[in-house]
Design a binder for this molecule. Structure first.
Ligand code: NAP
Length: 245
């Protein structure tokens, strides 16, 4: 299992309960990843070739890619490595969010376009995009930024003076009530988010709808075609286990 999402943790729980002989893999991006009930490894495999060797050495019979929909490099590597090793691959992927009445969404293809979509006049922006790609936003110095991160700031670029922004440390799932309060407490005028999908991360979008705030929504990156399901139960069925999660 390639992990790093709530669904990955749920599937790991179900596999452990079913007594499946599995290995859970984390990239190692967070300092204290959620403990899993399966044997766990941490760190990259070394590209396609490294993953293919791993699959063969560990005699893996099935791969479930339950990484985040924006982890395009890992997912593309999994497609190629599984094809090379002759191992069936399933993607467990949350459906993308769809706009509903009351949403003010601006769809953009990538981070650069999201930066461009911000107004020219100073705005107070909730950057709900993790820590890896904040630099291009921070380069637009007229805006004030609210960052929500899992780990304490160790990177100096994220060590923002109060007049440039603020960092909150929190890990989802989040609620609409708490996200509405967060947006209001910081006077947020714009939200920039990846279209991650899933209920826990959607709270900010529902809160934005209630408050009438515009959302710059970054579309998902390209990933080569692979077999996909949207639910843990469907992943269990693909593995030949009766889904009852
Ligand atoms: P990425 O750009 O697609 O991956 C970069 C490299 O990190 C991969 O080529 C691989 O290294 C390693 N890697 C990624 N996921 C791995 C895993 N589950 N197990 C082992 N190695 C992994 O990925 P990313 O966007 O940096 O995301 C890293 C992790 O954070 C993923 O597990 C993802 O589920 C989670 N995450 C990402 C986001 C996001 O917005 N991107 C949001 C929430 C959670 P090698 O090539 O050396 O194998």
């Amino acid at each position: 299992m390639l992990g790093g999402t709530l669904d990955a943790s749920r599937l790991a729980q179900a596999l452990a309960q079913a007594g499946v002989d599995g290995i859970f893999s984390y990239a190692g991006r967070t300092s204290a990843p959620i403990a899993q009930p399966l044997p766990t490894r941490v760190g990259g495999f070394g590209g396609v070739a490294g993953l293919q060797t791993f699959l063969q050495t560990e005699r893996i019979t099935h791969v479930v890619d339950a990484t985040h929909p924006f982890a395009a490099q890992m997912s593309s590597n999994a497609v190629l490595a599984c094809a090379g090793a002759g191992v069936p691959l399933l993607a467990l992927e949350r459906p993308a969010w769809q706009a509903q009445s009351g949403d003010v969404w601006h769809h953009v293809p990538d981070i650069a376009a999201a930066v461009q979509a911000l107004p020219t006049e100073p705005a107070r922006v909730f950057l709900a995009i993790g820590r890896q790609q904040v630099a291009p936003f921070l380069a637009c110095a007229q805006h004030w930024y609210l960052l929500r991160l899992v780990d304490p700031v160790v990177d100096s670029i994220l060590d923002l003076p109060a007049e440039r922004g603020h960092v909150v440390l929190d890990r989802g799932p989040f609620t609409v009530e708490s996200d509405r309060a967060l947006l209001q407490a910081h006077g947020i005028t714009h939200i920039a988010s990846k279209n991650s999908g899933g209920a826990g991360a959607q709270a900010k979008l529902l809160a934005a709808r209630e408050l009438g705030l515009p959302v710059i929504l970054i579309d998902r990156p390209f990933i080569p075609i692979r077999h996909r399901v949207h639910s843990v139960n469907d992943a269990l069925r693909w593995l030949g286990l009766v889904g009852s999660y």
